[in-house]
Write a protein that binds this ligand. Structure first.
Ligand SMILES: C[S@@+](CC[C@H](N)C(=O)[O-])C[C@H]1O[C@@H](n2cnc3c(N)ncnc32)[C@H](O)[C@@H]1O
Length: 246
């Protein structure tokens, strides 16, 4: 686990980055509608290691879990049946695959599946013990808005578990990510996504703290990122958290 450097960048710069909407929601939705028939074949094994890491993190907290960008529901059979999972996604075609999976495998721990935008979650505040987003954040037009929604629907003491690409800060990988960015956008995601965006978002959320940030082998292009939500008392400012140690 590498220790967080949350407040390293000035807020203003972060806000300027956050305001840039470089991908369109309708384009992302269409891209994933097209990916749906072959998604599991193409992205099933490649992303497996990361999914296992994020499920393990989610289940350390356990309880009622929201998986945002659940896609074809590829992770659903792997959650322990002691948890309750709600899956949402912007692509109905991806969700059709998830619905079929739930019914074919009789996954009783899946509470529901719904078309929903990560930036506008249709749940009351403090609804879930864990919010999971695997390989989703870089596909959302306004990732900071989505993260704020995750924090809103999360119960105090709960965790946001994110598995996502964090852009390289220098070197060959940064050059490749920059070069590949226009093509990636058409496929439905960004290759360039600096850690600074998470850091600036979290620094503006009084009840959110970084629990863990670690790269996922073998290449380290993807990271597991965990944020905890604290219950802050208005008078004393004392924060109460039951978040797991990184
Ligand atoms: C790369 S896939 C990941 C699917 C699955 N989580 C996995 O582990 O394979 C990204 C998913 O995020 C969904 N997505 C993209 N933008 C979204 C948004 N704004 N709200 C909800 N889901 C979104 C896509 O439709 C797609 O199913």
């Amino acid at each position: 686990m590498s220790e967080p450097q949350l407040r390293s960048e000035p807020k203003r710069r972060g806000l300027a980055v956050a305001k840039t909407k470089d991908i369109e929601k309708s384009a992302v939705e269409k891209a994933y509608d097209r990916w749906a028939p072959v998604y599991d074949l193409v992205f099933g094994p490649v992303f497996e290691r990361g999914r296992r890491a994020s499920l393990a993190a989610a289940e350390r907290v356990g309880g009622r879990i929201l998986e945002v960008g659940v896609g074809t529901g590829i992770s659903l059979p792997d959650y322990a049946s002691t948890n309750t999972i709600f899956g949402c996604d912007i692509s109905d075609a991806m969700l059709d695959k998830a619905r079929a999976r739930v019914s074919e495998l009789g996954l009783k721990h899946v509470e529901g599946l719904a078309v929903m935008d990560a930036e506008h979650l249709d749940f009351p505040d403090n609804s879930f013990d864990v919010v999971v987003a695997q390989y989703v954040i870089t596909a959302v037009p306004d990732p900071e808005a989505a993260l704020t929604e995750f924090a809103r629907v999360l119960k105090p003491g709960g965790e946001i578990v994110i598995l996502s690409r964090v852009g390289a800060e220098a070197g060959l990988r940064k050059t490749i990510e920059h070069w590949f960015q226009p093509a990636a956008r058409k496929l439905g995601w960004r290759t360039e996504f600096p850690w600074e965006r998470y850091a600036n978002w979290a620094s503006q959320m009084p009840n959110i703290h970084l629990v863990e940030r670690r790269t996922i082998p073998p290449l380290g292009h993807f990271s597991l990122i965990r944020f905890g939500k604290t219950a802050a008392t208005a008078k004393t400012g004392i924060k109460v958290s039951r978040a797991a140690n990184g």
